[in-house]
Ligand binder design. Structure first.
Ligand SMILES: Cc1cc2nc3c(=O)[nH]c(=O)nc-3n(C[C@H](O)[C@H](O)[C@H](O)COP(=O)(O)O)c2cc1C
Length: 394
């Protein structure tokens, strides 16, 4: 109760509000990571070890947070990351998030497994969404999805390469989300009934709750058993770099590869003609035990930073974290869970406030480190530059 009387100020505050609003299995699906969640924790804590240089007596009257990402003007170097099932976290969640991103002047990325179809999202905004795609076995469907996204106005394709199969997420098992059968159904019903506000707002008034871009193959997102069966059948673990070359030939817009965590893979991404990469471990949801985005960024910047555009995600929770990512050599960041926490916990107005506060924190970090333009943020603003790991040193 006390929670409701205060104003949410940080990503963590929105997270707590989302926890109070969402049925347990949905909150844990959003919040959780793979197995012991060590990588998830590393994502969230390791930005904090990057220390900045406080500088004084520099004219910082005019600080400008604007930049370009994938050739697009952005009010700050941040993008809303693709989150599957976001429309289950809030009513028509992807539409609300796209509107909020547009008013904040940043791109929104629509997941392949979002609830709202790309046409619905695009009809609500004037800014083109970025479209995220997984490689599915049915290549004709891939081509159809590419055409659908292009015709809806999307020009940037975020192709996710770190999910040949979904990771093992113990919270989803415990809550019955990744389990089929009557007992698991009953467990979910109990969790649903304890959140009447969500039932009224999202379940009753937020439909259709299906995977908008795939509604002909998986008609009902509420039927998680059918969704799981489809994922198991369609996610394609045979994908290789040759398929990315195929994709490059079929997508005439900007192509970003998301889920690169290794300097050698970053080099391959450049070689196959990607326009940029997203350094990511999928928010710690795939292989527990891999390094954090913050930890791998210096290696990857050392490997390909002068040749391609690098975004990074995983645990970015504040404007200061955005600044840290840029100081390590990224051009921008993706923000994942926090946008859905804000939307689920405090609605579109909450997300608007959260994005405004990210920008204000970034502006303040620039002010207090003595830089007025995004392009000037770099190693000079770091107290100490982390040495790239051996594999990054060519
Ligand atoms: C609930 C959830 C669903 C996700 N769904 C997708 C998805 O459909 N496609 C994708 O490329 N990444 C997906 N991701 C990964 C995010 O795009 C992003 O890489 C990650 O959330 C960044 O970490 P952060 O949440 O700590 O900011 C998902 C992440 C979460 C938490």
């Amino acid at each position: 109760m006390t929670l409701r009387l205060t104003y949410p100020a940080t990503a963590e505050d929105y997270r707590e509000r989302a926890r109070a609003r969402l049925p347990r299995f949905l909150f844990d699906y959003l919040d959780g990571g793979a197995t012991d969640e060590q990588t998830l924790r590393a994502n969230e804590t390791e930005w904090g070890s990057i220390k900045l240089r406080q500088r004084v007596l520099i004219d910082v009257d005019q600080v400008d947070t604007s930049t370009t990402l994938a050739g697009e003007s952005c009010a700050m170097p941040a993008v809303l990351a693709p989150l599957g099932l976001a429309g289950m976290m809030a009513r028509r969640g992807e539409v609300q998030a796209a509107r909020s991103a547009e008013s904040a002047g940043i791109p929104f990325t629509l997941s392949t497994v979002g609830i709202c179809p790309v046409e619905e999202v695009q009809a609500a905004v004037t800014r083109a969404a970025w479209f995220q795609l997984y490689m599915i076995r049915d290549r004709a469907r891939i081509k159809a999805l590419l055409t659908k996204a292009w015709e809806a106005g999307c020009q940037t394709l975020v192709f996710t390469v770190d999910l040949p199969q979904p990771g093992m997420r113990h919270r989803d098992f415990r809550n019955g989300l990744s389990v089929t059968g009557p007992r698991a159904k009953a467990l979910k019903v109990v969790q649903l009934l304890s959140r009447p506000g969500w039932l009224w707002d999202v379940a009753l008034r937020g439909g259709p709750l299906n995977f908008g871009n795939l509604s002909d193959v998986v008609p009902d997102a509420g039927d998680l058993d059918a969704f799981k069966a489809w994922i198991d059948a369609q996610f394609d673990p045979t994908v290789t770099w040759a398929d990315i070359e195929w994709l490059r030939r079929h997508w005439k817009g900007t192509l970003l590869l998301k889920g690169i965590l290794d300097g050698d893979d970053a080099r391959q991404a450049v070689n196959v003609g990607a326009d940029g990469i997203v350094v990511s471990n999928h928010g710690g949801r795939q292989l527990d035990g891999v390094a954090s985005g913050a930890g791998k960024l210096p290696d990857i910047v050392a490997a390909v930073g002068s040749e391609t555009e690098i975004l990074v995600d995983g645990g970015v929770r504040s404007g200061v974290d955005i600044f840290r990512a840029l100081a390590l050599g990224a051009r921008g960041v993706m923000i994942g869970r926090p946008w859905a926490w804000a939307l689920a916990g405090a609605g579109e107005a909450g997300l608007n406030n959260f994005l405004a506060s990210l920008q204000q924190e970034l502006r303040l970090a620039m002010t207090l480190t003595g830089v007025t333009r995004i392009v000037d943020i770099g190693k000079d603003q770091l107290d100490r530059y982390p040495e790239p790991g051996k594999r990054g040193e060519k």
